[in-house]
Design a protein around this ligand. Structure first.
Ligand SMILES: Cc1cc2nc3c(=O)[nH]c(=O)nc-3n(C[C@H](O)[C@H](O)[C@H](O)COP(=O)(O)O)c2cc1C
Length: 175
């Protein structure tokens, strides 16, 4: 009961709905992301927790059309990269791992959404080419990116994809 009262006082139910409602959006206005919004999004990435707090990641913000196009060529479903005014390529530094990078990417998306910026995760299937496109040095990899842009009016109301039911996904004590 106390938890319920506390959570409603703190707006936690809204926060829960916000987390559950996060959606990949792929239609953006061409307007560049403001410096203030970009800094807020990058701060959220920086504050993501990581294994042993090693923070073995870095973030390459791509805004130049030429570089964006080269990054787009590195994945199979990258139309949003071409459309977005900005793309954050998540770099795994030496010792990094994909779980930590995924957490950072999710924080980027949640923080972006909180300030009205739409986003979509992107797979860079040809990650070596992507590494070359953004000038990564030896030992660093980039397999995923997140596109960012202010949503078009058409983008916002699109329905979120469905999800498998819990009883298909969850096992208790043993698989
Ligand atoms: C690891 C990962 C990679 C993804 N790669 C792509 C991608 O390359 N291109 C794309 O358009 N969407 C990509 N997505 C977005 C998914 O298609 C999206 O999260 C899923 O369809 C759920 O959509 P919803 O947010 O509308 O419910 C990716 C998502 C994840 C988690």
């Amino acid at each position: 009961m106390a938890r319920l009262v506390w959570s409603s006082l703190c707006g936690m139910n809204d926060l829960y709905d916000f987390v559950v409602g996060l959606k990949a959006l792929r239609d953006y206005e061409p307007t560049p992301i403001s410096d203030e919004d970009m800094t807020a999004i990058l701060e959220a990435a920086r504050w993501t927790g990581s294994s042993k707090n090693l923070q073995n990641w870095s973030f390459v913000v791509v805004q130049e059309a030429q570089v964006k196009d080269r990054v787009a060529d590195c994945g199979d479903f990258t139309v949003p990269v071409r459309n977005a005014p900005a793309v954050i390529v998540v770099v795994e530094e030496p010792g990094g791992n994909v779980f930590d990078s995924g957490r950072a990417a999710q924080n980027i998306m949640l923080a972006a959404s909180a300030i009205g910026v739409a986003s979509c995760p992107i797979t860079l299937h040809r990650s070596d080419d992507a590494a070359a496109a953004i000038g990564l040095t030896e030992g660093r990899t980039c397999r995923y990116a997140v596109t960012l842009g202010y949503p078009t009016e058409a983008a916002a109301p699109k329905k979120k994809g469905g999800r498998k039911p819990l009883d298909e996904l969850v096992h208790w004590d043993r698989y």
